[in-house]
Design a protein around this ligand. Sequence first.
Ligand code: NDP
Length: 483
Amino acid sequence: MTQNQHLHIAGRWQSGISTVENRNPSDLSDLIGHYDQASAEQLDQALDAAREAQPVWWAAGIQKRHDVLMAIGTELMARAGEIGRIIAREEGKPLAEGKGETYRAGQFFTYYAAECLRNQGDLAESVRPGIEIDVRREPVGVVAIVSPWNFPVATPAWKIAPALAFGNAVVWKPANLTPASAVALAEIIARQDIPPGLFNLVLGSGREVGQRLVESPKVDAISFTGSVGVGRGIAAAAVANMTKVQMEMGSKNPMLIMDDCDLDLAVTHAANAAFGGTGQKCTAASRLIVHSTIHDQFAERLVAAAKAFKVGHALQDGTQIGPVVSESQLAQNLAYVEKGRAEGAELLCGGDRVERETQGYFMAPAVLAGTRNDMTVNREEMFAPITCLIKADNYAEALSIANDSQFGLTAGIMTRSLSRASHFRANMRAGCVMVNLPTAGTDYHVPFGGRGASSFGSREQGRYAAEFYTSVKTAYVAAGAPE
Ligand code: NDP
């Protein structure tokens, strides 16, 4: 790549038709750069190149795919500090989290490197004599990947790695807020010995490049992570073309804090799950449903924990909560705090913009108490360092509140009771349930996804990703008698 050539299309780095400015949300005077935006023609060029490259990649075989994915993963892990710094600078998560994210992205690639070797099918007896049946997984073809800014390297990694592992070509449109992380990941992938056009990075706005990509009949499958609103539009576009689609969207993850829990552990897990990553996680704990007998004690300790977090520049030593990603996200967050208060919630701490040495989008983590589950702050995903306390008089009521949501991504319970924990695992309508753990924080080798408005289509990650990135073919063979 040369400077100002940020698009990787048909095996070449290219300039776009315009650029967008990328600034550090921890320090608005820090200009990271201007990033190219692709034209409609460039997007089409990427799709055509992907179509040509895909069969070549599939034919190259499992050892080749294994080696390429392993090399990408190994390099990501080795460069976690450097790439983590790019993430911290442009997205605003503390440096340690940026490093951790990059390392995790590497693990997705090394995991799927090994998965290349496990692409095994089934053999079946036929009900008709003299016929053999085998069932194999084949690539779906050209996969469009649309990813968000909150995990700008890990989220695309958990999509690109299985897409390539199972023999597909990729056209990736990352979020326009985090182009530098996208270019860093793309440089590693593009440097590998892969057919030109197998992997394409197409930067551009969601409304233009994103929309055109998901509406294209040249796409065989779409994997999206982002907001529910955009997800609905993508689902409609996919259905119109009969394109396979998989989506992971928002949530209002509940955490039940029961009267028999380890209170210190509950406070630590709830605070980390609510405010880690500045609350900008689809797995953030945003509804804390607390048993009334321990509610006030828990609230007091949670407020102390929230106030103790060090909010500041993502690259500064000791920072635990970085800035909010953008001005519009910050304005939305502050509006949610006001909305909560207007609907009758009590603001126990935070919820305001805070000043630091550098001009950035800093916000003090907020705890809203006395909330009801029907309030806006408990219905809509805020993606903010804001959490809401809801009182419940017993476990059954707490579970019923937790399940009263259009979403169902992750859910947690803090309890020492085996029967409550077991009942919760079985009866909480969510894709991931956590017992005595935060709602955020998942492994890379097992499925991830949710129910209701949180997810659509088959699961991501682990072996389950094969369902989306492959198409199953059943072959019937009548060999006949030898001459
Ligand atoms: P979006 O859903 O708008 O963006 C996610 C991705 O989709 C980005 O790459 C975006 O591009 C792209 N996109 C936007 N519009 C279209 C479109 N019409 N067709 C195709 N692609 C499109 O989320 P935002 O980044 O705007 O965040 C808004 C809210 O979404 C957050 O406050 C949060 O509630 C939720 N969100 C949830 C995430 C999750 O992990 N569940 C992740 C991110 C956001 P571009 O960035 O260029 O607009």
